[in-house]
Design a protein around this ligand. Structure first.
Ligand code: PLP
Length: 358
């Protein structure tokens, strides 16, 4: 027994990329989003497994540099752009593409001397109001970029949806329309859609799509699982039972004595806790898969362990397999029971969890 492992299924990753391709026009290109350590799946192994993607996207310069130093030569886009002018020569030297959305970034591009120009994506704020050039400022911003010797011409356009996972929300259609209107007089490439947009907003496919969560086999839509979309789960988090114990009716288990058994039962002690990235806030009742059946988490999650109610007739033994999410137990189901989203669960595993690639 070795504690918690995250098994990463390379074939599932490749299958999910094929599902992405099957949903878009043949000439639409795919940027595989591998930020945050490929959503917790391991940046370099995931990027190498997805070698048929047309480009990669990250959120931090360090992530881009790790990809380059591992031999990845395809385009890499920095989705949030560079954070300081000092980063710009590093981008140029490593042939990294960047989103641009602030006056500070624009001035850095105008003022610095670079060995070669940089490919940029003007990030447009079409309604998310997090990052992006405001609609009324787009033409002036673009006029300056068009004159900028450090920018590869023509430059490209990118936007991000705030509500694409809500199918009856009109905001997405408004964002698409505004994006099309703002970019209609420019010749660069266009990109709007992440997973929810790819699956449900076909008007948003444009030149480049940016799948993240669907590559990892999970659904961006509440109440759905990746399996509903023909996707395969990529990450399965497993560990073992390290004790099976008798618990009498009326006895509590764990810190704070928060859960009290309503019957005589057997408790399974599972070797995973918040020190591995299993959320401490997970309430009693969250499903856990033990020997092929769902049992409820009971009591508080501790640092290295959690406890499940195996039931009075359980024959489970020390060493038996436990799955926290993945194959056999959808990460979306677990996330919903905890009150979070699959993105957070898969991204937050700690380095103590052993990654196993197959
Ligand atoms: C994270 C991110 C994506 C991928 O989103 P998913 O919902 O995981 O598909 C795409 N574009 C941008 C700008 C992002 O930040």
């Amino acid at each position: 027994m070795k504690g918690a492992t995250a098994q990463i299924d390379s074939q599932a990753l490749q299958h999910n990329l094929a599902v992405v391709r099957s949903q878009i026009p043949a000439n639409t290109k795919v940027v595989a989003v591998v930020k945050a350590n490929a959503y917790g799946h391991g940046l370099v192994p995931v990027a190498k497994t997805l070698s048929s993607a047309d480009a990669y996207a990250v959120a931090r310069l360090e992530e881009a540099l790790i990809l380059r130093s591992s031999g990845i030569v395809k385009p890499i886009i920095m989705l949030e752009g560079f954070f300081s002018a000092d980063d710009l020569p590093v981008l140029a030297a490593n042939n990294l593409q960047t989103a641009v959305h602030t006056e500070e970034q624009l001035q850095a591009l105008e003022q610095m001397t670079l060995p070669n120009p940089v490919t940029v994506w003007v990030k447009l704020d079409t309604g998310m109001h997090r990052l992006g050039v405001r609609p009324e400022e787009v033409d002036a911003f673009c006029a300056r970029l068009a004159k900028c010797k450090n920018v590869v011409q023509p430059f490209n356009f990118i936007t991000h949806f705030s509500c694409a996972d809500e199918l009856d929300n009109l905001a997405t259609a408004r964002q698409i329309e505004l994006f099309n209107q703002l970019t209609k007089n420019y010749s660069g490439q266009r990109s709007l859609a992440s997973s929810a947009g790819i699956m449900e907003w076909h008007d948003a496919h444009a030149d480049w799509i940016r799948p993240g969560i669907m590559l990892y086999g999970a659904s961006p839509f509440e109440g759905k699982t990746g399996i509903d979309h023909g996707l395969h789960p990529v990450m399965t988090v497993k560990t073992n039972l390290i004790a099976v114990r008798v618990l009498k009716q009326g006895e509590p288990v764990g810190y704070g004595a928060k859960w009290v058994s309503p019957r005589d039962t057997k408790i399974g002690v599972v070797a995973i806790g918040y020190g591995d990235g299993y959320p401490r806030m997970a309430p009693s009742g969250v499903p856990v898969l033990v020997n092929g059946r769902i049992v409820p988490l009971v009591g508080r999650v501790s640092m290295d362990m959690l406890t499940v109610d195996l039931g009075p007739d359980a024959v489970d033994q020390v060493g038996d397999d436990v799955t926290l999410w993945g194959e056999g137990l959808a990460v979306e189901t677990v996330a919903e029971a905890i009150g979070t989203i699959p993105y957070e669960l898969i991204t937050k595993l700690t380095p103590r969890v052993i990654m196993e690639y197959k």
